[in-house]
Design a protein around this ligand. Structure first.
Ligand SMILES: NC(=O)c1ccc[n+]([C@@H]2O[C@H](COP(=O)([O-])OP(=O)(O)OC[C@H]3O[C@@H](n4cnc5c(N)ncnc54)[C@H](O)[C@@H]3O)[C@@H](O)[C@H]2O)c1
Length: 467
């Protein structure tokens, strides 16, 4: 079975880049990405490639090459479903904010709406691919909805979780560690798996394409994110021990990372992980474990989140206590708001929580981030509901220039590891600040020795107590 026409529902951080790469690598397939968010689709269609709704290094070139040739962005969801042989569901699966499982379980209403729409519109057989991250056994719910259309259309459900990391999405998509495809044992199921394998085989070597049963595939994605987040919380736990004992977390990370059983990746201490996935996927795992009555399993994984929340809290607490136990009326400059460098995504960014804590202490915050726009920053804060929109606007300002942002501030806090922060004229920044001028490096990226020579008083996460 050769796929000629793909529809992807959801034009977000996953759907957009993933399908742009499929279109680039498979010019014989027409790929249509649809979304109910009209302004997002308009942004994907913007002539000016710097205005795409997702910033990822290299994405603009790929969109430029494929858009209008075999890559299309549209709000006409029904038409794209109708014409497709294969449909990727790549919609958001946030944590539930209501009802049973509130604050833990994945909210599957967007997934179910997609399934119902596919069931309603389809007039020919289709392969439906779960690209969104989903609780184990979601495929059976999708199948049940699709199989009750009563119009004789046959559906095959595959699980094909996405492992890209924001900031390196294009590289990850072009050179994946592996592609995971879960499907049915039946002959039809195996044919569907093969159809998807054939697509990836256009640029991924066959030994990197794993095929499994559907449940293993669904659970592998949650497990991968849980393991990654657990490494961050593990090194963050050690970072505090380093600060107390005089050890240096970077040296410890290097020493343990050279052990091939441990490996060196994901051992960078920080103010805490963010991003739309880690927290929500672990909470989901915790919820699933609890549903099966596996309370010890649930508690074990929940600790990863507890540690992460603590890391953010202790970072802001440290700023307050260092600034003589009060930040009221003091200006603190945030370098970075995105949850990591090279993305404009701010979901669950540590900066949001740290800012909220400091604003509650009546600090004035000024923010500079190379890619995050002002509206996003205010929206992130307003969403918390801690204070009114007007209060947030009065207490926090957003700047387009780091030197403007840091002028007359008492302290600078580095919240994102953007490379450009390392290359600033730090003497110029120092000269414009109140003294003592403090730096709180929540990402461990700055050269503290040079900064101390200039006169800064520095705190670097995980580095033996200096202050
Ligand atoms: N962001 C990541 O790094 C990442 C990585 C791997 C997996 N994932 C998973 O991929 C999924 C999507 O994540 P994302 O970051 O792209 O989310 P996103 O919020 O950026 O995009 C989802 C899009 O789906 C659209 N949508 C929702 N319901 C729709 C419907 N019924 N019809 C049409 N469009 C609809 C929304 O308008 C939105 O634009 C999630 O399950 C996430 O866990 C994300």
């Amino acid at each position: 079975m050769t796929i000629k026409n793909i529809c992807c529902i959801g034009a977000g951080y996953v759907g957009g880049p993933t399908m742009a790469v499929v279109a680039q690598k498979c010019p014989y397939i027409t790929v249509t990405i649809v979304d109910i968010n009209a302004s997002r689709i308009a942004a994907w269609n913007n002539e000016d490639l710097s205005k795409l709704p997702v910033f990822e290094p290299g994405l603009d070139n790929i969109v430029d090459e494929a858009r209008g040739r075999n890559l299309f962005f549209s709000t006409d969801v029904d038409k794209a479903i109708d014409e497709a042989d294969m449909i990727f569901i790549s919609v958001n699966t946030p944590t539930k904010t209501y009802g049973k499982g509130k604050g833990m379980a994945a909210d599957l209403k967007y997934i179910e709406l997609c399934a119902r729409q596919i069931a309603k519109v389809s007039k020919s057989n289709k392969i439906v691919v779960e690209k969104s991250t989903l609780p184990v056994r979601t495929a059976s719910a999708i199948k049940s909805i699709l199989n009750h259309t009563g119009n004789g259309v046959q559906f095959q459900i595959l699980s094909n979780p996405e492992f890209l990391a924001e900031g390196t999405a294009i590289d990850d998509l072009l050179n994946p560690d592996r592609i995971l495809i879960g499907g049915d044992d039946s002959i039809e199921g195996q044919k569907a798996i093969q159809a998807l394998v054939d697509i990836y085989a256009n640029w991924v070597s066959k030994d990197k394409i794993l095929t499994t049963n559907v449940w293993s595939s669904e659970l592998s994605k949650l497990t991968a994110n849980a393991f990654l987040a657990q490494r961050v919380s593990s090194i963050n736990a050690i970072s505090q021990l380093c600060e107390k004992s005089g050890a240096d977390v970077n040296e410890v990370a290097k020493a343990i990372g050279m052990d091939s059983r441990i490996g060196s990746k994901f051992l960078k201490a920080s103010v805490g992980f963010g991003g739309s996935c880690f927290q929500k996927d672990i909470l989901n795992l915790v919820y699933i474990a609890k549903t099966y009555g596996l309370n010890e399993v649930a508690d074990y994984w929940e600790q990863v989140i507890i540690m992460n929340d603590y890391q953010k809290q202790r970072f802001s607490d440290n700023i307050v206590s260092t600034l003589y136990n009060t930040v009221s009326g003091k200006k603190i400059t945030f370098f970075g708001w995105a949850f990591k460098k090279d993305t404009n995504d701010t979901r669950e960014s540590a900066a949001i929580k740290v800012a909220d804590n400091l604003l509650s202490e009546q600090a004035n915050i000024s923010v500079y981030d190379p890619k995050v726009v002002e509206e996003r920053i205010y929206a992130d804060l307003d969403y918390l509901g801690t204070r009114s929109e007007n209060e947030n606007k009065a207490l926090l300002t957003v700047h387009n220039n780091p030197y403007e942002a840091s002028k007359e501030s008492h302290a600078i806090a580095v919240l994102t590891e953007w490379d450009e922060f390392k290359t600033y004229d730090w003497q110029k920044i120092y000269d414009s600040m109140y003294k003592p001028a403090f730096i709180f490096d929540g990402r461990g990226i700055l050269d503290i020795q040079t900064l101390e020579k200039i006169g800064f008083v520095c705190y670097k996460i995980g580095s033996g107590a200096k202050i």
